[in-house]
Design a protein around this ligand. Structure first.
Ligand SMILES: [Zn+2]
Length: 295
């Protein structure tokens, strides 16, 4: 498995590369990388490329578009009858590839009756099924369910790794970044969240842009992009990217599509921005991307 973008946690990477289990319980606090890891595993399992995930094959494209038919996200508050129906379909072989992946975020919030129902499937799943259960603490999941899963507990990262990531992403490792890293207890997502929300002005700009996009207010969108220098534009770009990812994580229904497509557009600018920042050009270009999202 290609773990690029997922730092540290070598024992987990080794375990995943050594043998594929039919069920994993991914455990870690908020901001520890549970979703990043679950996405890498999911993407690798559907990918057709040589090094998986390759990021360029047809299956990877469907994964990125959030429309892969063999990836089934189950909400943790699913009513038991709905879960029963959904799990009954597991006997149908995958549509596109070798695996069918069932994912449950916040698995500890599932009703005991739903967990017991899930247990029955975990006891004898078809060979192509893989379950990914995410939770903040494994104790929240019934011991019987836990015993059917390989537990992957995410570990905090050393400060050097976080520092390197901050330097790569923001170009600096200043006092604010150091404080965020310290408060994060070694979890990158947490550190970035603290770093991103600390700046009130940027927070306001993010919310203003988000509201303008929701209301499809083109004039208000253009109003946001008046950044005067490279630093403030890059910082806003990175903060809004995190902001969108958080929103997607908490979204449901049509909101999911909205944020997923916005993230794709926003991310598409990232690499080019790293190589050349002409502030005027990028103000206009990012505004154009946003207008495309609401067109
Ligand atoms: Zn691929």
């Amino acid at each position: 498995m290609n773990f690029s973008g997922f730092y540290g946690n070598e024992p987990i990477k080794k375990a995943l590369n050594a043998h594929l289990f039919h069920a994993y319980l991914i455990e870690g606090p908020e901001g520890s990388g549970k979703h990043t890891l679950a996405n890498i595993i999911t993407n690798a399992l559907v990918c057709d490329g040589e090094i998986r995930p390759c990021g360029i094959c047809r299956q990877c494209y469907k994964f990125k578009q959030n429309c892969h038919p063999d990836i089934i996200d189950i909400p943790s508050d699913i009513p038991v009858e709905d879960l029963r129906r959904l799990l009954a379909d597991i006997v149908l072989t995958p549509n596109d590839g070798e695996h069918k992946i069932y994912r449950i975020d916040k698995a500890e919030k599932m009703l005991p009756a739903a967990q017991n129902l899930l247990l029955k499937t975990l006891e004898e799943p078809p060979h192509y099924a893989v379950f990914l259960l995410l939770c903040t603490a494994k104790e929240g999941v019934l011991p019987t369910v836990r015993s059917r899963c390989q537990v992957l507990s995410l570990a905090p990262l050393p400060e050097e790794i976080l520092e390197e990531h901050f330097r790569k992403t923001f170009g600096v490792y200043d006092e604010k970044a150091k404080t965020a890293v310290l408060l994060s207890a070694g979890f990158l997502g947490k550190a970035l969240e603290i770093y991103g929300t600390e700046d009130e002005k940027q927070g306001q700009q993010c919310r203003a842009l988000e509201q303008a996009l929701q209301k499809k207010d083109a004039a208000a969108v253009l109003g946001v992009f008046h950044f005067e220098d490279r630093e403030s534009l890059t910082a806003f770009y990175n903060t809004f990217a995190l902001h969108l990812k958080r929103r997607l994580r908490d979204a449901s229904g049509s909101e999911t599509t909205f944020y997923a497509s916005l993230i794709r557009l926003w991310d598409s600018a990232g690499e080019a921005m790293q190589t050349n920042i002409n502030v005027k050009f990028w103000n206009a270009n990012l505004a154009r991307l946003c207008l495309k999202a609401i067109a």
